[in-house]
Design a binder for this molecule. Structure first.
Ligand SMILES: [Zn+2]
Length: 248
């Protein structure tokens, strides 16, 4: 599987080819090309966000965002009350058509989970802290308990994120993963001084019961592909990309 570049509303974005096969689902990850002009200007950033949501027939009011804190809180959108403040969470789940889930990224791994049987979707923001905390596993577990989702029946798309090619970390950080998950086979995701966060999340999903053929890992490094994506690692002060998923 692979991800492909699209253009709509004058905005370039990419999406998982695998998820594009579901006619009742829309999913996309924005790029930098379209938003670079919006960087400096909050009003332009708002307008850009509105236009991006509009590609998916969503208004900002129909799109759930969260205050991302690199934690492991999984939010059930159905539990929110109208007028609630922006909740602190790095993962969101909904079974409601017409409710967009949006997470914000510049290197951290965007993961979208889809249960086509019970019609449930989830959006996850997994930086190294959230990945280490197992946020993607918690999201899978919550989909199971709340909606009866069966991992073997679900699909996952892992979007552009900082690749191991560009993600050098101190050995202590790699040790955190091996200490927290001693029994776990992360495959080649940990080298001497680099981490492949997208692959670690993929391995977590497989360990939860996701079928490898039903995981579409973009394997696109945000720092290597800097003409398409923002990278916090590469640029520090930089823009952000939006990951969005919605059921029609
Ligand atoms: Zn790279």
């Amino acid at each position: 599987m692979a991800w492909q570049l699209q253009e709509s509303n004058g905005i370039k974005y990419c999406r998982s080819k695998m998820l594009a096969a579901f006619p009742w689902l829309q999913q996309g990850f924005s790029t930098r090309c379209s938003a670079s002009a919006a960087l400096e200007d909050p009003q332009a950033a708002q307008e850009y966000r509105r236009r991006f949501f509009d590609i998916f027939q969503l208004t900002p009011e129909q799109t759930q965002l969260a205050k991302q804190v690199h934690g492991d809180t999984v939010l059930l959108v159905e539990e929110l009350q109208p007028g609630d403040e922006l909740p602190e969470a790095d993962a969101m789940i909904t079974n409601r058509p017409g409710v967009g889930l949006a997470t914000i990224h510049a290197d951290c791994v965007p993961v979208v989970l889809v249960d086509p049987v019970h019609r449930v979707i989830a959006a996850v923001h997994a930086g190294w802290k959230g990945t280490l905390a197992g946020i993607v596993r918690k999201t899978v577990a919550r989909m199971e308990t709340e909606y009866g989702s069966v991992p073997e029946e679900c699909f996952a798309a892992i979007g552009p994120a900082i690749g191991s090619c560009c993600y050098r970390v101190p050995p202590e950080r790699i040790a955190l993963f091996t200490e927290k998950w001693p029994e776990f086979d992360f495959g080649p995701s940990q080298q001497e001084s680099t981490l492949d966060l997208a692959l670690i999340n993929q391995k977590f999903l497989e360990n939860c019961g996701y079928v490898p053929e039903q995981i579409d890992n973009a394997r696109l490094c945000t720092a290597c592909h800097h003409t398409e994506f923002y990278s916090f690692r590469r640029e520090q002060a930089t823009g952000r990309m939006l990951s969005l998923v919605v059921m029609k």
